[in-house]
Design a protein around this ligand. Structure first.
Ligand code: NAD
Length: 437
């Protein structure tokens, strides 16, 4: 089987590599020449655990190819996946210009029947727009090549993307024809054989499933952050409340950890896009509007705590920040709460010294030289007035608090992820601020 994956980012590269891993002949295509050249030399454009080894292995085996030439690469392919970005437009709607540009190129260059599959997260109705673009390009060429469109949203989590792709909770595929369904079943056969449920449905439902899933997860996070803030006011401990509700299997214990708000390239933009889709169709997503509002507020909760400890003038104060990426095990800085927190501290006159195990190079695009980048977590602490734990990388979980205390100017910890034991840290002489405890 020969397939093309257009867009070689977090989703496209993982998708292409994992399909190659199960024996399919895959070409990953991107317009970014540097990215493609780098991949051919084994240089990964992103950090994702396990990805580099798998890319190199499949590239060397000749099952995984990289190209900037879509016209050449899609010849004789049975399937072409569109996995390019769908960033938020100014009004919050998903910007489809990259997706539709790829659809047009596919129509301009395909030479045989093909299923054109949208893997990017796109609003309901996009597959129909893709269909129109492909058909218009074919018409312009004066050729009549049959094709189908399909929707196959991706549910991988950055930081665990390979495992999520190879062992998914479920695969969702929206199709319009039996032929497309057969081809998608053939493609996903190795996964089906391993018992991972594949749910076939109509295309609009598949498109909506992705937004509904991300919006539900964002809702859980904002709900729990709201509860955490109220716990703090009322003298309850959200860690206990979380355990208390999470043990109810109707609720479950995942995604109910309070923190500094959700970020990343998906939740913020997908929640916004779903609100906008509803608005455009005369409906108001009241719950999701509140989810967004709580999330915006939550990003400044840590800064409010800093202000109530140190006052609003932070001139002469230095803050150590542990963790910059929007979550652990990724270098992705898109919509990372760390940026909001750091910028607020800088505005109040503070100096910031930060460390992240992987995301520092990426962070420099946003934060530039406004902060100091430390060589490790302990280096950030030298003469710091406080430590802010923003991203819960595993290496931050059990620090040597004796060393931490000795290096800092004053022993104050703001724990944005509740990873430390409040009492233990207090017993060691630290002032401790968590979220909702
Ligand atoms: P990304 O920005 O990492 O990658 C997109 C890639 O597409 C870039 O390398 C870009 O150069 C390339 N591209 C743009 N236009 C192109 C064109 N005309 N031809 C070829 N390549 C082109 O994006 P991503 O994070 O992989 O996300 C892709 C889509 O998948 C988005 O819709 C996103 O919402 C969705 N998604 C992302 C995740 C995630 O965790 N990142 C998870 C599920 C779904």
């Amino acid at each position: 089987m020969k397939i093309a994956v257009v867009g070689t980012g977090y989703v496209g590269l993982v998708t292409g590599t994992c399909f190659a891993e199960v024996g399919i002949d895959v070409t990953c295509i991107d317009i970014d020449q540097k990215k493609i050249d780098g991949l051919k030399e084994g240089i990964m454009p992103i950090y994702e655990p396990g990805l580099e080894t798998m890319v190199k292995k499949n590239y060397e085996k000749g099952r995984l190819h990289f190209s900037t030439n879509l016209a050449e690469s899609i010849q004789d392919c049975e399937t072409a996946f569109i996995a390019v970005g769908t960033p938020p437009g100014e009004d919050g709607s998903a910007d489809l210009k990259y997706v539709l540009a790829v659809a047009k190129s596919i129509g301009e260059n395909m030479n045989n029947y093909m299923v054109v599959v949208t893997k990017s997260t796109v609003p309901v109705g996009t597959a129909q727009k893709v269909k129109k673009e492909v058909a218009a390009a074919l018409k312009k060429r004066g050729v009549d090549i049959p094709f189908d469109v399909a929707s196959n949203p991706e549910f991988l989590k950055e930081g665990a993307a390979i495992a999520d792709f190879l062992k998914p909770d479920r695969i969702v595929v929206g199709v319009e024809s039996e032929k497309a369904e057969e081809i998608m079943k053939k493609l996903y056969k190795p996964f089906l054989l391993n018992g991972h449920p594949t749910i076939f449905m109509d295309v609009p439902s598949a498109e909506m499933t992705k937004y509904a899933a991300n919006s539900m997860l964002a809702t859980k996070i904002s709900f729990m952050n709201d509860i955490a803030n109220l716990c703090e006011i009322m003298g309850a401990d959200v860690n206990m409340v979380r355990k208390g509700i999470g043990s109810d299997n109707r609720i479950g214990n995942k995604f109910i950890y309070p923190g500094v708000g959700y970020g990343g390239s998906c939740f913020p933009k997908d929640v916004k896009a779903l609100i906008k889709t509803a608005e455009d169709n005369g409906y108001t997503m009241s719950v999701l509007k509140a989810v967004e509002e709580v999330n915006e507020r939550q990003k400044s909760v840590m800064v409010t705590k800093v202000k109530s400890h140190f006052g609003s003038d932070l001139k002469g104060k230095t803050f150590a920040v542990w963790g910059l990426s929007f979550k652990p095990k990724t270098d992705d800085m898109r919509e990372a709460p760390s940026i909001v927190i750091i910028n607020a501290l800088l505005e109040m006159g503070a100096k910031v010294k930060a460390y992240d195990p992987i995301a520092m190079e990426e962070a420099k695009h946003d934060l530039k030289d406004t902060i100091t980048y430390a060589k490790d977590e302990y280096d950030t602490l030298i003469d710091a007035d406080a430590l802010l734990l923003v991203t819960e990388w595993p290496e931050f979980r059990i620090p040597n608090f004796d060393v931490v205390g000795r290096l800092m100017k004053s022993k104050v910890i703001f724990d944005g992820r509740n990873i430390y034991d409040k009492q233990e840290v207090k017993n060691l002489g630290f002032d401790y601020y968590g979220i909702g405890i």
